[in-house]
Design a protein around this ligand. Structure first.
Ligand SMILES: Nc1ncnc2c1ncn2[C@@H]1O[C@H](COP(=O)(O)OP(=O)(O)O)[C@@H](O)[C@H]1O
Ligand SMILES: [Mg+2]
Length: 304
């Protein structure tokens, strides 16, 4: 009998479209390889669908809120069917940029200086705090989004205008701006899979630079780094993966400036379209899309 795989994709996060693409690509590959595949949205009908379809593994192709932050993972735990990527706790820690940063700092993984802001300070105090702790420009970002959604580089002139647009978030992160290069590292279970460098033509690696091929971000693999430096960055990603307790494949995003790596975040549900970075790193290491997906499915059956 054909192995049945249920793919969760879409969802309610701001990364819905990316998730639909990941789900579609994974489904296409699995179908090609003889699996029986069903793609569903994670809504109230999920329990009924799982009962009827009885999948062997659930491939979680969701990104962002509700799909990557421990919520859906909690629901999936209750069904008792193996699901891909990280479990409840690791997903919720990794999705929270403040909590994961605290863990990076505790474990001496270098990360940009920051503070969080709850729209509770007078403008003049906020400016003073930035000048004292971080200096301009700064990067402003939500604590729990992805795909560069609502990430802004701000200076003294535009910061309040931008903050005003972010008031729906209870709390946001204000981080020191790190110039230099943009490098991302994939970890696959216990394997330090490798790194890729992104050279955006835009001001930074924003949503357009990530997903709009007209924005022409250049992907560079292998990354031009000395062996020792490459080991250093892959070790940092590996440590972050382990410290947070991640499973399956993760992708850690770094800046590299003046000979120093800065870990921005770790992603527990990295994009899995054929053009995404983890599949590109895997392919460079001789692991094709098919083998990558099969490894992820197999890994799901191990206890998280
Ligand atoms: N402190 C920073 N200094 C410079 N660039 C940053 C900084 N933080 C984020 N960026 C830019 O914004 C992008 C998205 O930020 P990141 O923290 O990875 O959030 P997301 O979860 O949205 O991917 C990064 O890939 C980088 O290009
Ligand atoms: Mg990122």
């Amino acid at each position: 009998m054909k192995k049945k795989i249920l793919i969760l994709s879409g969802g309610i996060s701001k990364e819905r479209l990316i998730s639909l693409d990941t789900g579609f690509q994974v489904a296409k590959e699995l179908k090609k390889n003889g699996y029986k595949v069903k793609i569903v949205e994670p809504d109230n009908s999920l329990k009924k669908i799982i009962k009827e379809f009885r999948p062997k593994v659930i491939f979680n192709a969701l990104h962002g809120q509700f799909g990557e932050d421990g919520y859906i993972q909690t629901i999936l735990e209750n069904f008792g069917i193996p699901y891909t990527h990280s479990g409840v706790i690791a997903s919720s820690i990794a999705m929270d940029k403040e909590i994961s940063k605290k863990l990076f700092i505790k474990h001496k993984i270098n990360t940009p200086k920051y503070f969080t802001y709850s729209f509770d300070l007078k403008k003049s105090y906020l400016l003073k705090k930035i000048e004292k702790k971080l200096k301009f420009p700064v990067v402003i970002k939500p604590l729990n989004e992805g795909s560069s959604v609502n990430v802004y580089i701000c200076n003294k002139k535009n910061i309040f205008k931008i903050l005003n647009t972010l008031k729906n978030y209870k709390k946001i992160m204000i981080e020191e701006f790190i110039g230099g290069r943009e490098i991302q590292v994939a970890i696959m279970g216990n394997r330090k899979l490798g790194a890729i460098e992104l050279k955006p033509k835009r001001k930074f690696y924003d949503y357009q630079a990530k997903y709009n091929s007209n924005a022409k971000t250049e992907h560079v693999i292998p990354v031009n780094l000395e062996k020792e430096k490459l080991n250093q960055i892959t070790n940092m990603a590996y440590k972050a993966h382990k410290v947070i307790g991640c499973s399956g494949v993760t992708r850690s995003d770094f800046k590299y400036f003046k000979n120093k790596f800065y870990l921005l975040e770790i992603n527990t549900q990295p994009g899995m379209t054929k053009l995404s970075l983890v599949p590109e790193i895997a392919a460079y290491k001789g692991i094709g899309f098919k083998d990558l997906i099969e490894w992820i499915l197999k890994d799901a059956t191990k206890k998280k």
